[in-house]
Design a protein around this ligand. Sequence first.
Ligand SMILES: *[C@@H]1O[C@H](CO)[C@@H](O)[C@H](O)[C@H]1NC(C)=O
Ligand SMILES: *[C@@H]1O[C@H](CO)[C@@H](O)[C@H](O)[C@H]1NC(C)=O
Ligand SMILES: *[C@@H]1O[C@H](CO)[C@@H](O)[C@H](O)[C@H]1NC(C)=O
Ligand SMILES: *[C@@H]1O[C@H](CO)[C@@H](O)[C@H](O)[C@H]1NC(C)=O
Length: 367
Amino acid sequence: MFGIRIRFQSPLLLQTLTRLSPMAAAAAAAYSPNPNPNPAKRKIKRVGTHNGSFHCDEALGCFMIRLTDSFSDADVVRSRDPQVLDALDAVLDVGGVYDPSRHRYDHHQKGFAEVFGHGFNTKLSSAGLVYKHFGMEIISKELQLDVGHPDVLRLYLAIYKSFVEAIDAIDNGINQYDTDQPPKYVSNTNLSSRVGRLNPDWMDPDQSSEKENAAFDKAMALAGSEFLESIRFHTKSWLPARSIVNECLTARGNIDPSGEIMVLNKSCPWKLHLFELEEEFKIDPPIKYVLYQDDRSKHWRVQAVAVSPDNFESRRPLPLSWRGLRDEDLSKESDIPGCVFVHMSGFIGGNQSYDGALAMARAALKI
Ligand SMILES: *[C@@H]1O[C@H](CO)[C@@H](O)[C@H](O)[C@H]1NC(C)=O
Ligand SMILES: *[C@@H]1O[C@H](CO)[C@@H](O)[C@H](O)[C@H]1NC(C)=O
Ligand SMILES: *[C@@H]1O[C@H](CO)[C@@H](O)[C@H](O)[C@H]1NC(C)=O
Ligand SMILES: *[C@@H]1O[C@H](CO)[C@@H](O)[C@H](O)[C@H]1NC(C)=O
C-alpha cells in the first residue's frame, strides 16, 4: 500500500494548485530549484509524513526540507504505514523516531525532549527539527552567503525566535504565558490555526485522500510562503536596521560622556534591536534617550527608552514639569530654546533642532 505522491512540478502548477499570490508564488518558485534539468537522470528523493488531519509543523517541515540541496524537489508521501515510511529518504512528524543521521524527524515519542538551543528551551515540533538541522543551509542560500558568515547565524536565530518557535510551542501545547487566567479575547488567526483550517471540513462529502493531499499542498504553500516572507523581511529590513542601531550604539560615547544618549543616524525600527544589542554587548548604563529626526517635520525627537520591549514605562521619563507643555511654555519651563512638545507621559519630546533635542536629553539626565 503506497501513500499518495505529491510533486510540485513547476512554479506555475504550484501557483494554480495553491492559489498563491503571484509574488508569493514567485518567491516559492525561487525555492524549488531543480539542479538537474533532466529529472530522468536524477533519483527523486521522497519525504514522508503522516496522512489524516495535518498541522502546521509538518506542512512547514516538508516545505523547508525541500529547500535544501539534498531534498530539493523531493516527492511528498503521506502515510502511516511503517513499511511505506521505512523506504523513504526522510520522515517527518510520524514514525516515533528522531535520528538526524537517518533523517527521521518525529517528536511524538516518549522521552523526546529536543530543543533549539541558543537559549531557546521550547520543545521542538517537526518544523523546529527540520529548521534546527537545515535552517542555516536554507538561510545561507537565500542570502547567498557562506554558512559561516555571522549574518547567517543572526538570521537563523532571529527567524527561530520570531517565526518557528511559536509553531513548535503551539504544536506541543505550550502556553504563551504562565497564567491560569482565561484569555481576555480569542485570537484565531495565528499561522498554526490557519493551516489547521485548511483540513477538509467534516461536512465535506469528499473525504478522499486525494482531497486531503491537495489540501496539504495548500498548507505547505501557505506555511512556506510566510516562512519565506519572514526570511525576506529579516534580510531586507531587520538586518540593515540592526547594523544601524549597532553602529549608533557603539558611537554613543561621542554624543554625551554619560553614554546614556544615542543618536539614531538614519530613521529605522530601533527599539527591539536596542534591547537585544544592549543585552548582547552588556551595555551599562543602559541607554535612556534616543534622538532621531522626524522625517516629515525635520524636527528632532528625544525619546525615552522603555524599561523593556513590551512595557510602556520609560527607564527615565522626561521631567514631570515639562510634560504636556508646548513651544514657548515648554522652552520657558525647560530653559531650552526651540522646544516643540513633551508628551503627557514623558516618553517623547521634540525640539526644532538636533542641538535642542540633545540639550533636552542632557537636562533630563541631570534632573
Ligand atoms: C491513511 O492512509 C491509509 C492508506 O494508506 C488509510 O487506510 C487510512 O485510513 C488513512 N488514515 C487517515 C486518518 O486518513
Ligand atoms: C492559535 O490559534 C488557536 C485557534 O485555532 C488558539 O486556540 C491558540 O490559542 C492560538 N495560539 C496563539 C499562541 O496565539
Ligand atoms: C552615520 O551615517 C553615515 C552615513 O550615512 C555612516 O558613515 C556613519 O558611520 C553612521 N554612523 C554613525 C554612528 O555616525
Ligand atoms: C531648538 O531648535 C531651535 C530651532 O532650530 C533653535 O533655535 C534652538 O536653539 C534649539 N535649541 C537648542 C538648545 O539648541
